[in-house]
Design a protein around this ligand. Structure first.
Ligand code: SF4
Length: 330
């Protein structure tokens, strides 16, 4: 259990319930003394409680960090870890992945979901071979210039692989800051400029601390400051938390719509891709048709979208396969 000091000051003034207003207010009022307390508490907690994850091993290459960050987007650690290990064993460098067919990457993505991420990793690996001699580039502009690498992934690789003092803002970080600093029960439905500014303002000045800060806050959000049922009694900043100090007011901001799955295009696309992953041979149109209720236009729409996204390659004779994969039965 982390040692808490009752004399540590709260990080913000008493909060309101509107997330954007409180984040802006927190940015303006968080003093260096208050911030250093928050930093020390969360960094000390992380030193004791961090999970032992393979991509956090100091020996993990920048490529391993990049692959992990792409896989972890909207996907739980327990599902990512075995697939990450298989990928790093099969494709330990960008050059190794770039030399394989993009369909092999889609096949090895398994059931992680959002399979366009596999194509984006393949495209990024190819670009790294062409532009960076097969290495992951170390600057934010170079990372952002890679295909499929967005602001979050570039920041995470910059911080976690290269130790740069970069603010990393994912869903977990946003939730912790919204509660502990902003005093709101939830973050806004999508990332706001105020949240990004707050994350930058909360970065420790010390370079060594800043290197660990992002992953420490992320871990607190993943293990303690849970979305539905935060484990406040186990939290290292519970006596500082603006949301706690305000009496845990109900969230009054805009609500993010829950994503459904059953019967959606995402489910239908997943069914088709799973069938193509399960065989080394091209799949005939009639077999694709049998995967979804007869006469449902959703199936054709989803197959068309998979082809348009580059996840499925149409072949002569009304057959389909993952892109670029050779028929291993020949
Ligand atoms: S006290 Fe509770 S709500 Fe506040 S940061 Fe900790 S876990 Fe989250």
């Amino acid at each position: 259990m982390t040692d808490l000091k009752a004399t540590d000051p709260p990080v913000t003034d008493p909060p309101a319930t509107d997330p954007q207003a409180t984040v802006a207010k927190a940015t303006a009022h968080a003093s260096p003394g208050r911030l250093s307390t928050l930093h020390r508490r969360i960094l000390d907690w992380y030193a004791l409680e961090a999970r032992d994850l393979p991509w956090r091993d100091p020996g993990t290459s920048p490529w391993g960090v990049l692959v992990s960050e792409v896989m972890l987007q909207q996907t739980p650690v327990r599902r990512v870890e075995p697939v990450w290990r298989q990928w790093m064993s099969r494709w330990p460098t960008p050059a190794a992945l770039a030399s394989s067919a993009s369909g092999d990457a889609v096949q090895a993505w398994g059931r992680l979901g959002y399979p366009r991420r596999a194509l984006r990793l393949h495209a990024a690996a190819t670009a790294m071979v062409e532009r960076h001699n097969g290495d992951v580039p170390g600057t934010l502009p170079e990372l952002l210039a890679l295909p499929g690498v967005g602001a979050y992934t570039a920041a995470a690789v910059s911080a976690f692989a290269f130790g740069q003092r970069t603010a990393v803002v994912d869903t977990n970080v946003r939730r912790v800051f919204a509660r502990a600093v902003g005093g709101s029960g939830q973050a806004a439905p999508s990332l706001t400029r105020d949240e990004t500014n707050l994350a930058v303002a909360l970065l420790p000045e010390d370079h060594v601390e800043a290197r660990t800060w992002g992953v420490a806050v992320m871990e607190l959000g993943a293990l303690v400051c849970l979305a539905r049922s935060p484990r406040c009694p186990d939290c290292p900043v519970r006596d500082l938390c603006a949301w706690q100090l305000a009496g845990r007011p109900a969230y009054e901001g805009p609500v993010r719509r829950a994503q459904s799955w059953h019967g959606t295009d995402r489910q239908c696309r997943g069914v088709i891709l799973a069938a193509l992953r399960a065989t080394t041979e091209p799949v005939a149109q009639c077999d694709v048709d049998a995967l979804w209720p007869a006469d449902d236009p959703q199936r054709d729409r989803c197959l068309d979208s998979l082809v348009a996204d580059g996840l499925v390659e149409p072949l002569p004779g009304g057959r389909f396969r993952l892109p670029g994969r050779q028929d291993l039965t020949n």
